[in-house]
Design a protein around this ligand. Structure first.
Ligand code: HEC
Ligand code: HEC
Ligand code: HEC
Length: 369
C-alpha cells in the first residue's frame, strides 16, 4: 500500500486524537503504588542510560582521588542524598522506598557508571523520577566532589562512611561549650550540623576540605551566611545548610565561630617556593599595569581591623582560595555588601595570579601578613 502525505497526516492526527482521548478519559493510572510494568521499567531505564551516555560524552573528568574532594562530597551526601538513597549502616527509609521509581542502592549501581556519567546525573538530575538537579548549577567543582565520593561509596562500611561524612566532629552532649551557655537548643542543634564539616572549632579538616571559619571576622561570617541563605552566593553545600536555620541562629553561629581561635592546620604539602614568591609580590604590591591593587591593602592586618566585613585569608586551604578566586574571575562569586569591591579585583586576575595568590596566602600558618 502506498500512502500519500494526506493519508499520513490523517494517521498522525488520529493517533494524537486517540492519545488525547486516553489522557482525557483519566484511564491512564498514574499511581506510584502500582509501580511500572516490567516492560515500561526496562524501556525507561534504557532511555535514561542512553541519554546520560550521550549527554556526558564530551565531559573530561578531573582526578577524583583527593581526600578533600571525597570528604566534601560525603558531608553533603549525608543530608542531601542519604534520605533517599540510604548510606552504609543506615538503610533507605520507608518513605523513599515507596517512590516510583524507588531511589536505587548506589553502593550496588555506582560501578555501572563512568565518572563523567555520575557527574552528569548529579548535576542535572533525572526528569520524571524525583532525582533532583544540583541546586547551584554554577558550581561544577562541587558536583565533582559528589562524584569523587560516589566512587568511594561501594567500598565503604558504616565506620569508614562515618569517618568521611562526620570527620572528627563530636556530637553534642547536652550542655555544649561555654560560649553557647544559655543560647538554647536550636543553636546547639545547628552547631552539630555545621560541625560535621567545619568542626566545633571551625578548623575544618586536616585535608583542607573546608574553609577555616573559626576566628574569622564576625561580620564577614554573618554576611556570608546571609548571602548563602538568600541564594546571593552560590554553593550547593552551604545554601541548604544556611537556609535550614533562622536568622537569629545564624547570627549566633557567626558569633560562636568568630570567637574561636584562628589556627590554620599545617598544609599537607610544602608550598612551591616560586609560586609563593610570585604571590607575595602580588599581595604586597599588586600589578599596577593591570590595575590589580595590593591584596594586603584590604586583606592585611591593618585593613582587617578597619573593615570587619573583609575576610582574613592567611592560612586558608590553597584549594579553597583557588576555587574562590576562579569564581571571582568568572563573575560567579556572590557575597555580602562588599562583594562588588572584590569582584573588580577578581575579574582582572589571570590563572597564574590565582595559583600564586592561593599558594602565598595558604603558606601562612603563624602571624598575619
Ligand atoms: C528525592 C529523592 C532523591 C534524592 C534527594 C537524591 N536522589 Fe538520586 N535518585 C533518585 C531516584 C528516584 C533515582 C532513580 C532514577 C532512575 O531510575 O532513572 C536516582 C538516581 C540516582 C543515580 C543513578 C543511579 C542509577 O544506577 O540509576 C545517582 C548516581 C544518584 N541518584 C545520585 C544521587 C546523589 C549523589 C544525590 C545527592 C546529591 C541524590 N542522588 C539525591 C532519588 C533521589
Ligand atoms: C556539608 C558540609 C557543610 C556543612 C554541613 C556546613 N558547611 Fe559551611 N561550608 C562548606 C563548604 C564546602 C564551604 C565552601 C563553600 C564554597 O566553596 O563556596 C563552606 C563555607 C562556609 C562559610 C564561608 C566561609 C568563607 O570563608 O567565606 C561559612 C561562614 C560557613 N560555611 C558556615 C557554616 C555554618 C555556620 C554551618 C552550619 C549552619 C555550615 N557552614 C555547615 C561545607 C559545609
Ligand atoms: C579593595 C579591597 C580588596 C582588595 C584590594 C582585594 N580584596 Fe579580596 N576581598 C575583598 C572583600 C570585601 C571580600 C569579601 C567579599 C564578600 O564575600 O562579601 C574579599 C574576598 C576575597 C576572597 C574570598 C575569601 C573567602 O573566605 O571566601 C579571596 C580568596 C580574596 N578576596 C583574595 C584576594 C586577592 C588574592 C587579592 C589580591 C589580588 C584581593 N583579594 C584583593 C576585598 C578586597
Amino acid at each position: 500500500v502506498r500512502l500519500g502525505w494526506v493519508e499520513l497526516l490523517l494517521i498522525v492526527a488520529s493517533l494524537a486524537a486517540a492519545g488525547f482521548l486516553f489522557a482525557w478519559s483519566g484511564l491512564f493510572n498514574i499511581a506510584a503504588s502500582t509501580g511500572h510494568w516490567a516492560v515500561t521499567e526496562v524501556a525507561l531505564h534504557w532511555a535514561m542510560r542512553r541519554s546520560v551516555e550521550t549527554h556526558s560524552a564530551g565531559i573530561a573528568a578531573p582526578d577524583l582521588s583527593g581526600l578533600a574532594l571525597q570528604q566534601r562530597g560525603a558531608g553533603h551526601y549525608q543530608t542531601g542524598c542519604a534520605p533517599c538513597h540510604g548510606a552504609p549502616g543506615a538503610p533507605q527509609n520507608a518513605v523513599a522506598a515507596a517512590m516510583t521509581p524507588a531511589p536505587p542502592d548506589l553502593q550496588q549501581t555506582v560501578p555501572e557508571w563512568e565518572d563523567r556519567e555520575l557527574f552528569w546525573i548529579v548535576r542535572h538530575g533525572v526528569k520524571f523520577t524525583g532525582m533532583p538537579a544540583w541546586p547551584a548549577q554554577q558550581r561544577a567543582d562541587e558536583v565533582w566532589a559528589l562524584a569523587a565520593f560516589l566512587r568511594r561509596l561501594p567500598d565503604l562500611d558504616a565506620g569508614s562512611y562515618r569517618a568521611l561524612a562526620f570527620g572528627e566532629a563530636v556530637p553534642a552532649a547536652g550542655g555544649g561549650d561555654a560560649a553557647l551557655a544559655g543560647l538554647g537548643g536550636p543553636v546547639e542543634a545547628a552547631l552539630t550540623d555545621c560541625s560535621r564539616c567545619h568542626g566545633r572549632d571551625g578548623r575544618g579538616r586536616a585535608s583542607g576540605a573546608f574553609p577555616l571559619i573559626g576566628g574569622q571576622q564576625q561580620e564577614y561570617l554573618q554576611e556570608a551566611l546571609e548571602a548563602f541563605a538568600s541564594g546571593g552566593r552560590h554553593s550547593g553545600f552551604m545554601e541548604p545548610a544556611a537556609a535550614r536555620v533562622d536568622p537569629a541562629v545564624r547570627r549566633q553561629l557567626a558569633a560562636h565561630y568568630a570567637a574561636r581561635e584562628w589556627a590554620p592546620p599545617a598544609p599537607a604539602e610544602a608550598p612551591d617556593p616560586t609560586l609563593v614568591a610570585a604571590g607575595r609580590a602580588l599581595a604586597e604590591e599588586g600589578a599596577p599595569s593591570r590595575r590589580i591593587p595590593a591584596c594586603l591593602s584590604c586583606h592585611g592586618a591593618a585593613a582587617l581591623e578597619r573593615n570587619p566585613g573583609y575576610p582574613r585569608l592567611d592560612g586558608q586551604p590553597e584549594g579553597y582560595l583557588a576555587t574562590q578566586l576562579r569564581l571571582w574571575r568568572e563573575g560567579e562569586r556572590g557575597g555580602g555588601p562588599f562583594a562588588p569591591v572584590m569582584h573588580k579585583v577578581g575579574i582582572a586576575l589571570e590563572p597564574e595570579d590565582i595559583a600564586a595568590a592561593a599558594a602565598y596566602f595558604a603558606s601562612w600558618t603563624g602571624e598575619r601578613p
